[in-house]
Design a protein around this ligand. Structure first.
Ligand code: C2E
Ligand code: MG
Ligand code: MG
Length: 759
């Protein structure tokens, strides 16, 4: 460049120290500013010889311009220069940021101290006085450069330090921040955990409260350690032992199990270890000795690898339910009134006995069917509570007649059954039956009143032919009916024939149901003769059944059957209507028949009917006969069996002027004392007395007594079954008003009866 006079002299002769310096220092550039060419050359020579790169400027202005293009490491600046002095140059250099730090060494001939001060004040670092020694310049330059280098080094070091400090500070700050964050998180975690702990302990407390308020025992058990892990307060209430006692003795629960149930419970616990669950109901003995029923439920809790970790369970007090259940079972198997076993239990026991017979041919047992005679009378006349008391008394009496292994049951109503278990021979059964009947003959004291009762007993002996308990009971029932029909108050042992007869009866009953609509029934009429005049006084209507296969069936055979089945109501109504209509026809046809009476047999079942009087009125109204001409015959037993209601009905008959006779009188109870209580018009002496009266004096005496009594009570007497003149004579002498029998006529058809009226 033209404005810079460059004198670049590269030193050819370098001494050892220069070489050393140049080697240790990177090449430094020095700007020399001087208006004197000689100075420039000398300095350039000297310095370049030391390994510096030299730039020269002949004036201050040039120097300032040159400085724009490069950066010298040091400036040697002359003070006295024509256009701009060194101070000014220095001032300007110091004013520019780019050059401010370049060390400036003044070169001047002025040796004035003031100049030096001025030089330093404008920013010089050193001052060399002209004429200078090259060595001095070199030393000062080197010194300054070293200073500069040291300064730069310090600055660099400082900067490095600062950077490090900064970096470190930043690291620290980051660490701090992380730390603070971690702290914060930790604090939150701690807080969270504290809350969780508080929650856990609160919920544990709550859980404990809940568990302890339970009525059920909740327990947890470690079978490996044989240790009770937990048990709640309920255990104290249930067993009467403290929790501590249970924790101390893990076997306490088993020890307090009822001895009868212990083996079963132990087995269940053993099973629990295999199946993992337990459900058992058993009894426990409380500390006070009381027996409680508990229901135990437990299940095993397993580890991940399938081993039993522990067993959790709940034990509940079910005493009340079990007692209720026991009561229920008892109630369903027992009769509420007498406390005796009922039909269900009885049949079960008979079934067991039957099974026993099949296994063991030597085993013998008997079943009794017992029906109280005339129990209904007690119920109706003395009231139901009295009837109930009588049943209770009979139940006790029956029990007293038996051994402990026998069973007496009440089937209902007045029906009792007995199972005589394991008897040695059949006679043993009949002896018991005899004993029962004997005891019943002594009047029973019920509610301070003496009651006479008797029973009809049917006995069946168990054998291998029977398949079910029902069959046995059925046959005992058949035998009982036989006892009843044989006159009550007796026992009958069932036999095969009875069963066949019973089958016949069932067949007969079946046929009888169709007899009316098939018009197989017919009324016969037996004349009743007034003994004094020997004239026809009336007829007794007697029913006949023309069975399609069996021919004529006696009423003695089918009337009791119809009474049993209730069919007598339909038949009775038919008889009533037919007989009344027949009488009406005769009365209309024959004027001499107006005084004739029609006698009808009425069963007790008919009188018991609520609308008995109503249907009677209907028939009277429909047929239009006079109620005076109707005579109803009832048996003694009908009178005896009925209560107050029957009496009132009979009184209403009397109010209608309907006649009432007691049929077969003397055959039944012959209890003459009650007769006056009933509105009876006529006594019909039973055929058996009339039959024997001529050969049996006693019978004769009875007829006489009855006749006398009847007359005293203002009643007429009809003799039944009169078969000869001798009887007629005696009966007439005794003052008997009427007679009926084969001697006069057998029961005859309506048309035959008509002929008789005409005679
Ligand atoms: P009962 O009312 O005592 O009738 C008299 C029975 O004696 C009749 O038997 C009659 O034929 C029979 N008899 C009459 N005189 C003599 C005689 O001199 N010698 C003999 N050995 N027997 C004589 P029957 O007709 O077989 O009736 C039997 C029983 O059946 C009746 O006895 C009566 O209790 C009942 N009965 C008959 N018809 C009816 C009816 O329409 N309704 C009801 N409820 N029972 C009836
Ligand atoms: Mg009769
Ligand atoms: Mg009779």
């Amino acid at each position: 460049m033209s404005y810079i006079t460059e004198i670049q002299i590269i030193s050819k002769t370098m001494d050892a120290s220069t070489l050393l310096y140049a080697q240790s220092q990177p090449e430094k550039t020095i700007l020399i500013v001087d208006d004197l060419a000689d100075n420039l050359r000398i300095l350039t020579n000297a310095l370049s010889g030391q390994g510096f790169q030299i730039r020269c400027a002949k004036s201050g202005t040039f120097a300032l311009m040159a400085i724009q293009t490069f950066n010298p490491d040091l400036i040697l600046l002359d003070i006295k220069m024509p256009d701009m002095d060194g101070y000014e140059v220095c001032r300007r250099l110091k004013a520019m940021a780019k050059t401010r730090d370049i060390p400036v060494i003044f070169l001047s001939a002025l040796e004035d101290a003031l100049d030096k001060v001025k030089a330093f004040s404008v920013g010089a670092v050193d001052y060399i006085t002209k004429p200078f020694q090259v060595e001095e310049v070199l030393i000062r330059v080197r010194h300054q450069l070293e200073l500069q280098a040291a300064k730069a080094e310090i600055q660099r070091a400082n900067a490095e330090l600062e950077r490090r400090v900064e970096r470190r500070t930043a690291q620290l700050a980051a660490t701090n921040e992380r730390l603070a964050l971690a702290n914060q998180k930790l604090a939150i975690e701690i807080q969270e955990r504290q809350r969780a702990e508080a929650r856990a302990s609160a919920s544990e407390e709550r859980l404990n409260d809940i568990l302890n308020s339970l009525e059920d025992v909740v327990w947890s058990y470690d079978p490996k350690l044989n240790k009770i892990l937990y048990v709640n307060l309920a255990v104290e209430r249930m067993y009467g032992y403290s929790i501590a006692q249970f924790l101390d003795n893990p076997n306490l629960r088993l020890e307090r199990t009822h001895p009868a149930d212990r083996a079963r419970v132990e087995a269940a616990h053993h099973n629990l270890l295999i199946t993992g669950s337990l459900r058992e109901e058993y009894r426990i003995l409380r500390s006070d000795g009381e027996v409680y029923w508990v229901s135990d439920r437990a299940h095993a809790v397993y580890t991940a690898d399938g081993h039993i970790l522990r067993i959790d369970g709940i034990t509940r007090d079910i005493t009340e339910q079990m007692l209720a259940l026991e009561q229920l079972v008892h109630d369903t198997l027992h009769d509420a009134l007498t406390g005796l076993p009922n039909r269900t239990l009885f049949m079960d026991r008979v079934g067991q006995a039957l099974k026993h017979t099949k296994r063991n041919s030597n085993y013998l047992f008997a079943v009794f069917f017992i029906d109280l005679d005339r129990f209904k009378m007690v119920n109706d006349s003395l009231g139901h509570s009295m009837g109930d008391r009588l049943l209770q008394t009979v139940a006790k009496l029956l029990e007293a007649c038996l051994r402990s292994q026998d069973t007496v049951a009440r089937l209902g109503g007045d029906e009792f059954t007995i199972l005589l278990d394991d008897i040695s021979e059949i006679s043993q059964a009949t002896i018991v039956a005899e004993r029962i009947l004997n005891r019943l003959t002594t009047p029973l004291e019920v509610n301070g009143q003496l009651l006479f009762t008797s029973a009809s007993i049917g006995i069946v002996i168990g054998n291998r032919d029977y398949q079910t308990a029902e069959e046995l009971l059925r046959d005992a029932d058949i035998a009982m009916y036989r006892s009843k029909s044989l006159g009550r108050g007796r026992w009958t042992v069932f036999d095969k024939q009875m069963y066949e007869q019973n089958l016949t009866i069932i067949q007969l009953d079946n046929d009888l149901r169709y007899a009316l609509e098939r018009q197989e029934l017919e009324l016969y009429y037996q004349p009743i003769i007034a003994l004094e005049t020997r004239k026809l006084a009336g007829f007794e209507a007697l029913i006949r059944w023309h069975h399609p296969e069996r021919g004529l069936v006696s009423p003695a055979e089918f009337i009791p059957l119809a009474e049993d089945t209730g069919l007598i109501l339909t038949i009775g109504n038919w008889v009533l209507y037919t007989a009344c209509q027949q009488l009406r026809i005769w009365q209309q046809k024959f004027p001499e028949a107006t005084g004739l009476k029609m006698s009808l047999n009425i069963s007790s079942r008919q009188i018991q009917e609520i609308n008995f009087l109503q249907s009677l009125d209907n028939v009277l109204a429909e047929t239009g006969i006079d109620s005076h001409s109707l005579n109803l015959e009832i048996t003694e037993s009908t009178l005896m069996d009925q209560g107050a209601e029957t009496l009132s009905k009979l009184k209403q008959l009397r109010a209608r002027h309907i006649q009432l006779s007691i049929d077969d009188f003397g055959q039944g109870y012959s209890s003459l004392s009650y007769l006056h209580r009933f509105p009876v018009n006529t006594l019909k002496i039973d055929r058996s007395f009339v039959d024997q009266m001529t050969i049996d004096e006693e019978k004769f005496a009875i007829i006489r007594t009855i006749t006398t009594l009847a007359h005293t009570l203002d009643m007429d007497v009809v003799a039944e079954g009169v078969e000869n003149e001798q009887q007629v004579t005696i009966l007439t002498q005794l003052g008997c008003e009427f007679a009926q029998g084969y001697y006069f006529a057998k029961p005859i058809t309506a048309s035959d009866a008509e002929k008789m009226i005409l005679q």
